[in-house]
Ligand binder design. Structure first.
Ligand code: ADP
Length: 516
Protein backbone atom coordinates (compact mmCIF):
# COMPACT_ATOMS: atom_id res chain seq x y z
CA UNK A 1 0.00 0.00 0.00
CA UNK A 2 1.20 3.50 -0.84
CA UNK A 3 1.84 5.79 2.08
CA UNK A 4 -0.24 8.94 2.39
CA UNK A 5 1.00 12.47 2.05
CA UNK A 6 0.63 15.39 4.40
CA UNK A 7 0.42 18.01 1.62
CA UNK A 8 -2.38 20.34 0.68
CA UNK A 9 -5.80 19.24 -0.45
CA UNK A 10 -5.18 19.26 -4.21
CA UNK A 11 -2.09 17.04 -3.75
CA UNK A 12 -4.21 14.76 -1.61
CA UNK A 13 -6.82 14.36 -4.32
CA UNK A 14 -4.11 13.64 -6.85
CA UNK A 15 -2.50 11.11 -4.51
CA UNK A 16 -5.83 9.37 -3.93
CA UNK A 17 -6.72 9.32 -7.61
CA UNK A 18 -3.37 8.19 -8.91
CA UNK A 19 -2.19 5.84 -6.20
CA UNK A 20 -4.90 4.77 -3.80
CA UNK A 21 -8.30 4.42 -5.43
CA UNK A 22 -9.01 1.15 -7.16
CA UNK A 23 -10.84 1.35 -10.47
CA UNK A 24 -13.50 -0.73 -8.76
CA UNK A 25 -13.99 -1.90 -5.17
CA UNK A 26 -14.10 -5.63 -5.78
CA UNK A 27 -15.11 -8.41 -3.43
CA UNK A 28 -12.34 -10.14 -1.50
CA UNK A 29 -13.08 -13.85 -1.33
CA UNK A 30 -10.62 -16.61 -0.48
CA UNK A 31 -7.75 -14.10 -0.39
CA UNK A 32 -8.39 -12.74 -3.90
CA UNK A 33 -10.14 -9.69 -5.32
CA UNK A 34 -12.92 -10.51 -7.76
CA UNK A 35 -16.00 -9.07 -9.47
CA UNK A 36 -19.58 -10.29 -9.21
CA UNK A 37 -20.55 -13.16 -11.48
CA UNK A 38 -23.24 -10.85 -12.92
CA UNK A 39 -20.62 -8.18 -13.59
CA UNK A 40 -22.92 -5.69 -11.82
CA UNK A 41 -21.40 -2.60 -10.24
CA UNK A 42 -22.42 0.97 -9.46
CA UNK A 43 -20.67 4.31 -9.46
CA UNK A 44 -19.96 5.51 -5.95
CA UNK A 45 -20.77 9.21 -5.44
CA UNK A 46 -18.35 11.21 -3.32
CA UNK A 47 -20.79 13.29 -1.34
CA UNK A 48 -18.59 16.36 -0.85
CA UNK A 49 -18.01 16.85 -4.56
CA UNK A 50 -21.07 15.06 -5.96
CA UNK A 51 -18.65 13.29 -8.30
CA UNK A 52 -17.84 9.69 -8.95
CA UNK A 53 -14.22 8.50 -9.06
CA UNK A 54 -14.60 4.73 -8.77
CA UNK A 55 -17.10 1.88 -9.01
CA UNK A 56 -18.25 -0.74 -6.53
CA UNK A 57 -19.06 -4.36 -7.34
CA UNK A 58 -22.59 -5.38 -6.34
CA UNK A 59 -22.66 -8.84 -4.83
CA UNK A 60 -25.67 -11.02 -4.20
CA UNK A 61 -26.49 -14.58 -3.23
CA UNK A 62 -23.84 -16.13 -5.56
CA UNK A 63 -20.99 -14.06 -4.04
CA UNK A 64 -22.21 -14.70 -0.49
CA UNK A 65 -22.33 -18.40 -1.24
CA UNK A 66 -18.82 -18.30 -2.66
CA UNK A 67 -17.62 -16.43 0.42
CA UNK A 68 -19.32 -18.91 2.77
CA UNK A 69 -17.60 -21.79 0.96
CA UNK A 70 -14.22 -20.03 1.21
CA UNK A 71 -14.85 -19.30 4.90
CA UNK A 72 -15.92 -22.89 5.63
CA UNK A 73 -12.85 -24.22 3.86
CA UNK A 74 -10.62 -21.89 5.85
CA UNK A 75 -12.36 -22.89 9.10
CA UNK A 76 -11.55 -26.52 8.43
CA UNK A 77 -7.92 -25.84 7.51
CA UNK A 78 -4.84 -24.74 9.47
CA UNK A 79 -6.83 -21.82 10.94
CA UNK A 80 -8.61 -24.34 13.18
CA UNK A 81 -5.25 -25.17 14.75
CA UNK A 82 -4.09 -21.55 15.23
CA UNK A 83 -3.52 -20.95 18.93
CA UNK A 84 -4.73 -17.91 20.85
CA UNK A 85 -1.14 -16.64 20.70
CA UNK A 86 -1.01 -17.09 16.91
CA UNK A 87 -4.24 -15.16 16.55
CA UNK A 88 -3.07 -12.44 18.92
CA UNK A 89 0.14 -11.97 16.90
CA UNK A 90 -1.89 -11.73 13.72
CA UNK A 91 -4.15 -9.08 15.23
CA UNK A 92 -1.15 -7.03 16.34
CA UNK A 93 0.38 -7.31 12.85
CA UNK A 94 -2.83 -5.97 11.28
CA UNK A 95 -2.91 -3.13 13.84
CA UNK A 96 0.73 -2.26 13.03
CA UNK A 97 0.03 -2.22 9.30
CA UNK A 98 -2.92 0.13 9.72
CA UNK A 99 -0.71 2.42 11.80
CA UNK A 100 1.97 2.35 9.10
CA UNK A 101 -0.66 3.43 6.56
CA UNK A 102 -2.64 5.79 8.74
CA UNK A 103 -2.58 8.78 6.37
CA UNK A 104 -3.61 6.74 3.36
CA UNK A 105 -6.54 5.20 5.20
CA UNK A 106 -7.51 8.55 6.71
CA UNK A 107 -7.56 10.27 3.32
CA UNK A 108 -9.50 7.43 1.71
CA UNK A 109 -12.03 7.33 4.55
CA UNK A 110 -12.46 11.08 4.50
CA UNK A 111 -13.03 11.05 0.74
CA UNK A 112 -15.47 8.15 0.94
CA UNK A 113 -17.55 9.52 3.83
CA UNK A 114 -17.18 13.30 3.42
CA UNK A 115 -16.04 13.66 7.04
CA UNK A 116 -13.08 15.89 7.94
CA UNK A 117 -9.60 14.43 7.44
CA UNK A 118 -8.63 15.72 10.92
CA UNK A 119 -11.24 13.31 12.37
CA UNK A 120 -10.22 10.28 10.34
CA UNK A 121 -6.50 11.00 10.83
CA UNK A 122 -6.74 11.50 14.59
CA UNK A 123 -9.85 9.50 15.44
CA UNK A 124 -11.30 6.82 13.18
CA UNK A 125 -8.13 5.26 11.78
CA UNK A 126 -5.93 5.20 14.92
CA UNK A 127 -8.90 3.70 16.74
CA UNK A 128 -9.26 1.05 14.01
CA UNK A 129 -5.64 0.02 14.63
CA UNK A 130 -6.28 0.08 18.39
CA UNK A 131 -9.22 -2.30 17.95
CA UNK A 132 -6.80 -4.92 16.63
CA UNK A 133 -4.20 -4.29 19.34
CA UNK A 134 -6.81 -4.33 22.08
CA UNK A 135 -8.37 -7.63 21.05
CA UNK A 136 -4.89 -9.01 20.32
CA UNK A 137 -4.01 -8.43 23.97
CA UNK A 138 -7.34 -9.69 25.25
CA UNK A 139 -7.26 -12.83 23.08
CA UNK A 140 -3.83 -13.75 24.40
CA UNK A 141 -5.00 -13.56 27.99
CA UNK A 142 -8.32 -15.39 27.98
CA UNK A 143 -8.85 -17.84 30.74
CA UNK A 144 -11.58 -20.41 31.14
CA UNK A 145 -13.88 -21.10 34.05
CA UNK A 146 -13.24 -24.23 36.06
CA UNK A 147 -15.16 -25.67 38.99
CA UNK A 148 -14.71 -28.68 41.18
CA UNK A 149 -18.12 -30.13 42.05
CA UNK A 150 -19.05 -31.22 45.58
CA UNK A 151 -18.69 -34.81 44.44
CA UNK A 152 -15.20 -34.17 43.12
CA UNK A 153 -16.26 -33.91 39.46
CA UNK A 154 -14.24 -31.49 37.37
CA UNK A 155 -16.00 -28.92 35.14
CA UNK A 156 -14.41 -26.59 32.60
CA UNK A 157 -16.23 -24.17 30.31
CA UNK A 158 -14.18 -23.42 27.23
CA UNK A 159 -14.99 -21.15 24.33
CA UNK A 160 -14.97 -22.41 20.77
CA UNK A 161 -15.33 -20.45 17.52
CA UNK A 162 -18.84 -20.10 16.09
CA UNK A 163 -17.66 -20.86 12.56
CA UNK A 164 -18.63 -18.51 9.74
CA UNK A 165 -19.75 -15.15 11.11
CA UNK A 166 -21.36 -12.24 9.24
CA UNK A 167 -20.60 -8.60 9.94
CA UNK A 168 -22.81 -5.87 8.51
CA UNK A 169 -21.56 -2.34 9.01
CA UNK A 170 -22.86 1.20 8.40
CA UNK A 171 -21.38 4.18 6.61
CA UNK A 172 -20.87 6.63 9.47
CA UNK A 173 -17.68 5.09 10.94
CA UNK A 174 -16.73 2.55 8.28
CA UNK A 175 -13.31 1.18 9.23
CA UNK A 176 -13.75 1.95 12.92
CA UNK A 177 -16.88 -0.21 13.18
CA UNK A 178 -15.74 -2.93 10.77
CA UNK A 179 -12.57 -3.45 12.82
CA UNK A 180 -14.53 -3.30 16.09
CA UNK A 181 -16.24 -6.49 14.92
CA UNK A 182 -13.46 -8.04 12.83
CA UNK A 183 -10.87 -8.03 15.60
CA UNK A 184 -12.86 -10.03 18.20
CA UNK A 185 -14.22 -12.34 15.50
CA UNK A 186 -10.65 -13.16 14.45
CA UNK A 187 -9.50 -13.32 18.09
CA UNK A 188 -12.00 -16.11 18.73
CA UNK A 189 -10.90 -18.13 15.72
CA UNK A 190 -13.93 -17.57 13.50
CA UNK A 191 -14.00 -17.06 9.78
CA UNK A 192 -15.72 -13.93 8.58
CA UNK A 193 -17.77 -12.34 5.85
CA UNK A 194 -17.92 -8.58 6.10
CA UNK A 195 -20.60 -6.65 4.18
CA UNK A 196 -19.61 -2.99 4.36
CA UNK A 197 -22.17 -0.26 3.74
CA UNK A 198 -22.65 0.32 0.02
CA UNK A 199 -22.06 4.04 0.57
CA UNK A 200 -18.57 3.47 2.04
CA UNK A 201 -16.81 0.49 0.48
CA UNK A 202 -13.31 1.92 0.23
CA UNK A 203 -11.54 1.38 3.54
CA UNK A 204 -12.68 -2.26 3.80
CA UNK A 205 -11.36 -2.87 0.28
CA UNK A 206 -8.00 -1.33 1.16
CA UNK A 207 -7.87 -3.28 4.41
CA UNK A 208 -7.93 -6.57 2.49
CA UNK A 209 -4.48 -5.77 1.02
CA UNK A 210 -3.17 -5.49 4.55
CA UNK A 211 -4.85 -8.71 5.66
CA UNK A 212 -2.89 -10.55 2.98
CA UNK A 213 0.28 -8.71 3.96
CA UNK A 214 -0.25 -9.57 7.63
CA UNK A 215 -0.57 -13.25 6.72
CA UNK A 216 -4.26 -13.78 7.43
CA UNK A 217 -4.90 -17.19 5.82
CA UNK A 218 -7.04 -17.03 2.70
CA UNK A 219 -10.75 -17.35 3.34
CA UNK A 220 -10.51 -16.32 7.01
CA UNK A 221 -11.73 -12.81 6.21
CA UNK A 222 -13.90 -12.20 3.14
CA UNK A 223 -15.52 -8.95 2.05
CA UNK A 224 -18.61 -8.89 -0.13
CA UNK A 225 -19.91 -5.55 -1.39
CA UNK A 226 -23.50 -4.79 -2.26
CA UNK A 227 -26.72 -3.36 -0.94
CA UNK A 228 -28.89 -4.54 1.96
CA UNK A 229 -32.39 -5.83 1.18
CA UNK A 230 -32.56 -8.23 -1.80
CA UNK A 231 -28.79 -7.95 -2.20
CA UNK A 232 -25.59 -9.05 -0.46
CA UNK A 233 -26.79 -8.01 3.02
CA UNK A 234 -29.97 -10.05 2.95
CA UNK A 235 -28.21 -13.01 1.30
CA UNK A 236 -25.65 -13.01 4.12
CA UNK A 237 -28.34 -12.94 6.79
CA UNK A 238 -30.34 -15.73 5.14
CA UNK A 239 -27.42 -18.05 4.36
CA UNK A 240 -27.70 -21.20 6.51
CA UNK A 241 -23.91 -21.55 6.67
CA UNK A 242 -23.56 -18.25 8.56
CA UNK A 243 -23.85 -18.78 12.32
CA UNK A 244 -24.06 -15.23 13.64
CA UNK A 245 -24.65 -11.66 12.50
CA UNK A 246 -23.17 -8.65 14.21
CA UNK A 247 -24.95 -5.61 12.83
CA UNK A 248 -24.67 -1.89 13.33
CA UNK A 249 -27.17 0.33 11.53
CA UNK A 250 -30.72 1.57 11.54
CA UNK A 251 -33.33 0.17 13.91
CA UNK A 252 -35.71 -0.77 11.08
CA UNK A 253 -32.89 -2.69 9.36
CA UNK A 254 -32.30 -4.55 12.64
CA UNK A 255 -35.94 -5.70 12.58
CA UNK A 256 -35.59 -6.88 8.96
CA UNK A 257 -32.41 -8.78 9.80
CA UNK A 258 -34.08 -10.43 12.79
CA UNK A 259 -36.93 -11.64 10.56
CA UNK A 260 -34.57 -12.91 7.86
CA UNK A 261 -32.32 -14.64 10.40
CA UNK A 262 -35.20 -16.46 12.10
CA UNK A 263 -35.28 -19.51 9.83
CA UNK A 264 -31.62 -20.30 10.38
CA UNK A 265 -31.73 -19.27 14.09
CA UNK A 266 -28.64 -17.11 14.01
CA UNK A 267 -26.98 -15.53 16.99
CA UNK A 268 -27.53 -11.76 16.71
CA UNK A 269 -25.90 -8.66 18.09
CA UNK A 270 -27.48 -5.32 17.20
CA UNK A 271 -26.21 -1.81 17.72
CA UNK A 272 -28.99 0.39 16.36
CA UNK A 273 -30.12 3.98 16.44
CA UNK A 274 -29.81 6.53 19.20
CA UNK A 275 -31.29 9.78 20.40
CA UNK A 276 -28.68 10.91 22.89
CA UNK A 277 -28.88 13.95 25.12
CA UNK A 278 -26.51 16.36 26.82
CA UNK A 279 -28.12 17.31 30.12
CA UNK A 280 -26.74 20.40 31.83
CA UNK A 281 -27.61 21.10 35.47
CA UNK A 282 -27.51 24.54 37.06
CA UNK A 283 -24.19 23.93 38.85
CA UNK A 284 -22.34 22.56 35.82
CA UNK A 285 -18.94 23.78 34.69
CA UNK A 286 -20.11 25.51 31.53
CA UNK A 287 -16.58 25.90 30.15
CA UNK A 288 -16.57 22.12 29.93
CA UNK A 289 -20.23 21.36 29.33
CA UNK A 290 -21.05 23.68 26.44
CA UNK A 291 -18.10 22.93 24.09
CA UNK A 292 -18.47 19.21 24.82
CA UNK A 293 -22.21 19.31 24.13
CA UNK A 294 -21.48 21.19 20.91
CA UNK A 295 -18.99 18.50 19.83
CA UNK A 296 -21.43 15.77 20.84
CA UNK A 297 -24.07 17.27 18.57
CA UNK A 298 -21.98 18.10 15.53
CA UNK A 299 -19.00 15.75 15.31
CA UNK A 300 -19.16 13.70 12.12
CA UNK A 301 -21.94 16.06 10.96
CA UNK A 302 -24.13 14.61 13.73
CA UNK A 303 -24.03 11.19 12.07
CA UNK A 304 -23.09 9.18 15.14
CA UNK A 305 -25.48 6.90 17.01
CA UNK A 306 -23.96 8.28 20.25
CA UNK A 307 -24.53 11.91 19.21
CA UNK A 308 -25.92 14.22 21.87
CA UNK A 309 -28.61 15.48 19.51
CA UNK A 310 -30.75 16.90 22.31
CA UNK A 311 -29.59 19.60 24.71
CA UNK A 312 -31.61 19.51 27.94
CA UNK A 313 -30.67 22.43 30.15
CA UNK A 314 -31.81 23.83 33.49
CA UNK A 315 -34.10 26.76 32.75
CA UNK A 316 -32.17 29.19 35.00
CA UNK A 317 -28.98 28.86 32.96
CA UNK A 318 -30.61 28.26 29.56
CA UNK A 319 -30.05 31.82 28.16
CA UNK A 320 -26.32 31.81 28.90
CA UNK A 321 -25.88 28.21 27.76
CA UNK A 322 -27.58 29.03 24.46
CA UNK A 323 -25.39 32.14 23.98
CA UNK A 324 -22.25 30.11 24.59
CA UNK A 325 -23.49 27.29 22.40
CA UNK A 326 -24.16 29.60 19.46
CA UNK A 327 -20.65 31.03 19.87
CA UNK A 328 -19.25 27.46 19.68
CA UNK A 329 -21.30 26.67 16.60
CA UNK A 330 -20.00 29.82 14.90
CA UNK A 331 -16.47 28.43 15.14
CA UNK A 332 -17.36 25.31 13.16
CA UNK A 333 -15.70 25.49 9.76
CA UNK A 334 -17.65 23.80 6.98
CA UNK A 335 -15.61 22.87 3.95
CA UNK A 336 -13.66 20.37 1.90
CA UNK A 337 -13.21 17.22 3.99
CA UNK A 338 -9.64 16.84 2.76
CA UNK A 339 -8.70 20.29 4.05
CA UNK A 340 -6.96 20.34 7.46
CA UNK A 341 -8.91 23.40 8.60
CA UNK A 342 -12.31 21.80 8.03
CA UNK A 343 -14.21 20.81 11.16
CA UNK A 344 -17.51 19.94 9.47
CA UNK A 345 -17.54 18.09 6.17
CA UNK A 346 -20.31 16.75 3.97
CA UNK A 347 -23.11 14.43 4.99
CA UNK A 348 -23.03 10.97 3.51
CA UNK A 349 -25.27 11.70 0.52
CA UNK A 350 -27.52 14.38 -0.92
CA UNK A 351 -30.67 12.35 -0.27
CA UNK A 352 -29.65 11.92 3.37
CA UNK A 353 -29.03 15.67 3.59
CA UNK A 354 -32.54 16.21 2.20
CA UNK A 355 -34.01 13.98 4.94
CA UNK A 356 -32.20 16.03 7.57
CA UNK A 357 -33.40 19.25 5.94
CA UNK A 358 -36.98 17.92 5.99
CA UNK A 359 -36.86 17.69 9.81
CA UNK A 360 -35.74 21.31 10.01
CA UNK A 361 -38.39 22.37 7.50
CA UNK A 362 -40.95 20.64 9.69
CA UNK A 363 -39.83 22.82 12.61
CA UNK A 364 -40.01 25.87 10.38
CA UNK A 365 -43.41 25.25 8.87
CA UNK A 366 -45.24 23.65 11.81
CA UNK A 367 -43.81 25.96 14.44
CA UNK A 368 -42.40 22.93 16.28
CA UNK A 369 -39.42 25.00 17.37
CA UNK A 370 -37.43 28.19 16.87
CA UNK A 371 -34.41 27.88 14.57
CA UNK A 372 -31.61 29.75 16.36
CA UNK A 373 -28.93 29.14 13.74
CA UNK A 374 -28.30 27.17 10.56
CA UNK A 375 -31.29 25.49 9.00
CA UNK A 376 -30.05 25.67 5.43
CA UNK A 377 -27.54 24.51 2.86
CA UNK A 378 -24.45 26.70 3.22
CA UNK A 379 -23.91 29.21 0.46
CA UNK A 380 -20.57 30.03 -1.14
CA UNK A 381 -18.48 26.95 -0.42
CA UNK A 382 -16.96 27.38 -3.87
CA UNK A 383 -17.50 25.75 -7.21
CA UNK A 384 -16.07 22.34 -6.31
CA UNK A 385 -18.34 21.86 -3.31
CA UNK A 386 -21.42 23.61 -4.73
CA UNK A 387 -23.34 20.35 -5.27
CA UNK A 388 -21.99 18.56 -2.21
CA UNK A 389 -24.14 17.22 0.62
CA UNK A 390 -23.45 20.05 3.05
CA UNK A 391 -25.80 21.38 5.71
CA UNK A 392 -25.24 24.09 8.28
CA UNK A 393 -25.04 23.14 11.96
CA UNK A 394 -28.53 23.88 13.21
CA UNK A 395 -29.89 24.64 16.67
CA UNK A 396 -33.64 24.54 17.32
CA UNK A 397 -35.06 25.70 20.65
CA UNK A 398 -38.40 25.28 22.38
CA UNK A 399 -39.21 21.85 20.96
CA UNK A 400 -41.96 19.85 22.66
CA UNK A 401 -41.15 16.33 23.87
CA UNK A 402 -43.69 14.71 21.57
CA UNK A 403 -42.31 16.42 18.45
CA UNK A 404 -40.82 14.29 15.64
CA UNK A 405 -37.63 16.29 16.17
CA UNK A 406 -37.27 14.76 19.65
CA UNK A 407 -38.76 11.32 19.07
CA UNK A 408 -37.02 10.39 15.81
CA UNK A 409 -33.36 9.98 14.97
CA UNK A 410 -32.34 12.78 12.59
CA UNK A 411 -28.71 11.62 12.18
CA UNK A 412 -27.51 14.99 10.99
CA UNK A 413 -26.18 18.31 12.33
CA UNK A 414 -29.36 19.30 14.16
CA UNK A 415 -29.46 19.99 17.89
CA UNK A 416 -32.73 20.59 19.73
CA UNK A 417 -32.86 22.53 23.01
CA UNK A 418 -35.30 21.86 25.85
CA UNK A 419 -35.37 23.17 29.39
CA UNK A 420 -36.20 21.61 32.77
CA UNK A 421 -36.82 22.71 36.35
CA UNK A 422 -36.19 19.58 38.41
CA UNK A 423 -33.92 16.54 38.19
CA UNK A 424 -36.99 14.33 37.82
CA UNK A 425 -38.08 16.34 34.82
CA UNK A 426 -34.57 16.11 33.27
CA UNK A 427 -34.62 12.32 33.75
CA UNK A 428 -38.09 12.03 32.20
CA UNK A 429 -37.13 14.13 29.17
CA UNK A 430 -33.89 12.17 28.64
CA UNK A 431 -35.58 8.77 28.84
CA UNK A 432 -38.78 9.79 27.08
CA UNK A 433 -37.73 8.65 23.61
CA UNK A 434 -37.93 5.24 21.90
CA UNK A 435 -34.13 4.90 21.92
CA UNK A 436 -31.83 4.18 24.86
CA UNK A 437 -28.23 4.27 23.75
CA UNK A 438 -26.36 7.05 25.52
CA UNK A 439 -26.44 10.44 27.20
CA UNK A 440 -24.19 12.86 29.05
CA UNK A 441 -24.87 14.69 32.29
CA UNK A 442 -23.01 17.77 33.45
CA UNK A 443 -23.02 18.70 37.14
CA UNK A 444 -20.54 19.24 39.97
CA UNK A 445 -22.81 17.31 42.36
CA UNK A 446 -21.56 13.73 42.45
CA UNK A 447 -24.67 12.37 44.16
CA UNK A 448 -26.94 14.02 41.61
CA UNK A 449 -24.82 12.67 38.75
CA UNK A 450 -25.10 9.15 40.15
CA UNK A 451 -28.84 9.49 40.73
CA UNK A 452 -29.30 10.71 37.17
CA UNK A 453 -27.09 7.97 35.70
CA UNK A 454 -28.91 5.26 37.64
CA UNK A 455 -32.36 6.58 36.71
CA UNK A 456 -32.17 7.09 32.94
CA UNK A 457 -32.95 4.26 30.52
CA UNK A 458 -29.72 4.46 28.55
CA UNK A 459 -27.04 1.85 27.91
CA UNK A 460 -24.21 4.32 28.46
CA UNK A 461 -24.06 7.47 30.57
CA UNK A 462 -21.14 9.88 30.64
CA UNK A 463 -20.71 12.17 33.63
CA UNK A 464 -19.04 15.47 32.65
CA UNK A 465 -17.92 14.16 29.27
CA UNK A 466 -18.94 12.53 26.00
CA UNK A 467 -17.77 9.52 23.96
CA UNK A 468 -15.11 8.51 26.45
CA UNK A 469 -14.67 4.84 25.70
CA UNK A 470 -12.66 2.16 27.36
CA UNK A 471 -12.76 -0.86 25.09
CA UNK A 472 -13.10 -3.29 28.02
CA UNK A 473 -16.56 -2.01 28.89
CA UNK A 474 -19.96 -2.93 27.52
CA UNK A 475 -21.09 -0.96 24.50
CA UNK A 476 -24.72 -1.00 23.43
CA UNK A 477 -28.17 0.28 24.12
CA UNK A 478 -31.59 -0.39 25.56
CA UNK A 479 -35.03 -0.22 23.94
CA UNK A 480 -34.85 0.44 20.16
CA UNK A 481 -31.10 1.04 20.34
CA UNK A 482 -30.05 -2.56 20.24
CA UNK A 483 -29.82 -6.08 21.51
CA UNK A 484 -26.78 -7.37 23.33
CA UNK A 485 -23.51 -5.66 24.11
CA UNK A 486 -20.11 -5.60 22.45
CA UNK A 487 -16.77 -4.51 23.88
CA UNK A 488 -14.14 -6.47 25.81
CA UNK A 489 -15.36 -9.83 27.06
CA UNK A 490 -18.85 -9.12 25.68
CA UNK A 491 -17.42 -9.23 22.15
CA UNK A 492 -15.40 -12.33 22.97
CA UNK A 493 -18.57 -13.99 24.29
CA UNK A 494 -20.61 -13.02 21.25
CA UNK A 495 -18.07 -14.38 18.80
CA UNK A 496 -17.75 -17.77 20.52
CA UNK A 497 -19.72 -20.74 21.79
CA UNK A 498 -19.31 -22.03 25.31
CA UNK A 499 -18.68 -25.72 25.73
CA UNK A 500 -18.65 -27.26 29.19
CA UNK A 501 -16.56 -30.40 29.61
CA UNK A 502 -17.11 -32.38 32.79
CA UNK A 503 -14.97 -35.19 34.08
CA UNK A 504 -16.74 -37.35 36.62
CA UNK A 505 -14.93 -37.90 39.90
CA UNK A 506 -12.84 -41.02 39.88
CA UNK A 507 -14.76 -43.87 41.45
CA UNK A 508 -18.04 -41.94 41.42
CA UNK A 509 -21.11 -44.10 40.89
CA UNK A 510 -22.34 -41.55 38.31
CA UNK A 511 -19.34 -42.11 36.07
CA UNK A 512 -20.91 -45.38 35.05
CA UNK A 513 -24.48 -44.14 34.57
CA UNK A 514 -26.08 -41.94 31.91
CA UNK A 515 -27.64 -38.76 33.28
CA UNK A 516 -29.50 -36.10 31.33
P1 ADP B 1 -27.63 3.32 7.33
O1 ADP B 1 -28.82 4.09 6.78
O2 ADP B 1 -27.00 3.87 8.53
O3 ADP B 1 -26.69 2.84 6.25
P2 ADP B 1 -28.75 0.79 7.25
O4 ADP B 1 -29.34 0.04 8.36
O5 ADP B 1 -29.60 1.09 6.05
O6 ADP B 1 -28.24 2.07 7.95
O7 ADP B 1 -27.44 0.11 6.69
C1 ADP B 1 -26.44 -0.45 7.51
C2 ADP B 1 -25.93 -1.67 6.82
O8 ADP B 1 -26.98 -2.63 6.73
C3 ADP B 1 -25.45 -1.46 5.38
O9 ADP B 1 -24.31 -2.27 5.17
C4 ADP B 1 -26.62 -1.94 4.56
O10 ADP B 1 -26.27 -2.38 3.27
C5 ADP B 1 -27.10 -3.09 5.41
N1 ADP B 1 -28.50 -3.46 5.19
C6 ADP B 1 -29.56 -2.65 4.91
N2 ADP B 1 -30.69 -3.37 4.80
C7 ADP B 1 -30.37 -4.68 5.04
C8 ADP B 1 -31.09 -5.90 5.06
N3 ADP B 1 -32.40 -5.93 4.85
N4 ADP B 1 -30.42 -7.04 5.34
C9 ADP B 1 -29.09 -7.01 5.58
N5 ADP B 1 -28.35 -5.90 5.56
C10 ADP B 1 -28.97 -4.73 5.29
Amino acid sequence: MKHGCEHNKSDRKQFLKSQVLPERCQHFIGGRYLDSSSGESFKKTLSAYNESWFEVAVGGAPEIDLAVKAAEKAAAGPWSRATATDRAKLLHRIGDLIEANVETFALAESLDTGKPYSETRNGDIPRSAQNFHFFGDLAAHQSFETWIGDDGSHHTSIREPLGVTGLITPWNLPLYLATWKLAPAIAQGNTIILKPAELTPLSATLLCELLNEAGVPEGVVNVVHGFGAKSAGEALVRHPGVKAISFTGETTTGSAIMRDAADSLKKLSFELGGKGASVIFEDADLDLAVPTACRAAFRNQGQICLAGSRLIVHEKIAPQVIDRLLACVKKIKIGDPLDDATTMGALIANDHRDKVAAFVDHARTSGAGEILCGGKIPASLGEQLANGAFYEPTVIAGVAQNSRLIQEEIFGPVLTVQTFKTAEEAIALTSGVPYGLSCSVYTRDGALAQKFARSVRMGMVWINGWFIRDLHTAFGGMKRSGIGREGGRHSLDFFSEYKTITTAATGSSQSASVES
